[in-house]
Design a protein around this ligand. Structure first.
Ligand code: 5GP
Length: 182
């Protein structure tokens, strides 16, 4: 089905609020992993690319960055429960401290799948950080140790997060409101 274009975006979290939270998250993450020889920050593509860029610049731990791409919603706004790995890590994580960075934990299927996959590679420590969490949508019992903001059940875009590949470049996070749907 073709993506809709008849929608407005209503601001939910301002760019200023995101920046402030990213800074405090970085302090929490540094404190949790200290001391660490190396923290491998694994960004889940593509929605986390701006978040991870801002987050690693606030971290004081020695950091390496890698990326993993799991299948997403495609051009739809509803989750498919089947998770496929489209791009695997470039490096090895055995014996490393690893932080998986996701844009949104929604049903939890993606994070659960990725954590299981990476845990099998025997990292020293494995945790997750999600910018946004929609706890009311959860289908799998999982949560990220570090969460930026809890949000209601709404489809959001901006700050790296898309609808049909658009709106990733918005500096804030907003809710998509399709016209004629109240
Ligand atoms: P889950 O597997 O937890 O249901 O979904 C996780 C992924 O679904 C997120 O990483 C994100 O790519 C996508 N997702 C979940 N909620 C939203 C949303 O409100 N907007 C967009 N654009 N993607 C979402």
């Amino acid at each position: 089905m073709a993506a809709r274009t008849d929608y407005d975006i209503v601001e939910l979290i301002s760019a200023k609020a995101i920046a402030a939270r990213v800074e405090t998250l970085a302090r929490e993450i540094d404190a949790f992993f200290a001391p660490t020889e190396k923290l491998v920050v694994v960004g889940l593509l593509r929605g986390s690319f701006i978040f991870i860029a801002d987050l690693v610049r606030e971290l004081e731990s020695p950091v390496e960055v890698d990326f993993l791409e799991a299948s997403s919603y495609g051009d739809s706004t509803v989750s498919s429960r089947e998770v496929r790995i489209l791009k695997d890590l470039s490096g090895k994580i055995e014996g490393c401290d690893v932080l998986v960075v996701e844009d949104i934990v929604d049903t939890g299927h993606t994070l659960a799948h990725v954590l299981k996959l990476l845990a099998a590679r025997r990292p020293r420590r494995l945790e997750a950080c999600a910018l946004l969490d929609k706890p009311s949508r959860r289908e799998v019992e999982i949560s990220a140790r570090f969460t930026g903001f809890e949000i209601p059940d709404a489809f959001v875009v901006g700050y790296g997060i898309d609808y049909a590949q658009r709106n990733r470049n918005l500096p804030h996070i907003g809710v998509v409101r399709f016209r004629g749907e109240g």
